[in-house]
Design a protein around this ligand. Sequence first.
Ligand SMILES: [Zn+2]
Length: 268
Amino acid sequence: MNDYLKALANRSNSERRDNLLNVLREHHIEFTHHHQLHCGYYDDDWIENIVVSLNPNTASKRIVIGAHYDTYGDWATKEKSLGANDNASGVVVLLKLAQYLSENTKKPIDLVFFDFEERGMSGSLEYIRRVGADHIAAMINVDTVGFGDTIIIHHKDNLELDVFADLIPKDLLLKHDVVFVPYLPSGDAGSFVSAGIPTIDISVNPQKDIQKMNEIYDKSLSKEEIFTEMEKHLEVMKTIHLAENDNIEIVSHEAINKVYEFLKEALS
Ligand SMILES: [Zn+2]
């Protein structure tokens, strides 16, 4: 797994994608490569989502597990993040799930490595457009899971829905000491929420950050103000988007493994 992380934490989008595809090929995991021209505000570029479909011929709706593989870039300075915690960590979880679940699940699961999350969530929007919202039962977004000791879930109310109650029953949440949070910065999950698809966000945070996050949330600020406060006070925010600890050394394999073990139980 160490090698996966090194290969995936890379400032070049194309190299990161090539390394991701190489891991899939090495492990003989079948995938489809969706190409779509993106004509965006900033650029014309190809959106390249990578999809591993497990049990693709099942008639029931797909359960999507997503992790974006693109990384943050500063438009002014052109500097690119290494994307170690955000989100090579999540990509490693999905790669491990792809290996394990290809032999160990009967569920109709799409493991999707999204492109273009950091540019308007265009990758996830494109995936939904292509597959059709009607064919998607639920989405679990895995983002920034390499720093901290505690699995956190946003959109906790959705866990009451049948689709999630089956996958993630209460005893599984207890077993893995999962904590619910009232807010997370919007990512690919937002695209699925907008399409009316039941969605949860999974991330990992240090305990201290979770306390702080709840304090910030209790101040009933606007979403923008919450985000600014989080940037100021949360350790995890220093590990992403070119902040001071945006490096591979802060990523913990224990954190990644925690999320992997949790999802492995939920999805097998
Ligand atoms: Zn992210």
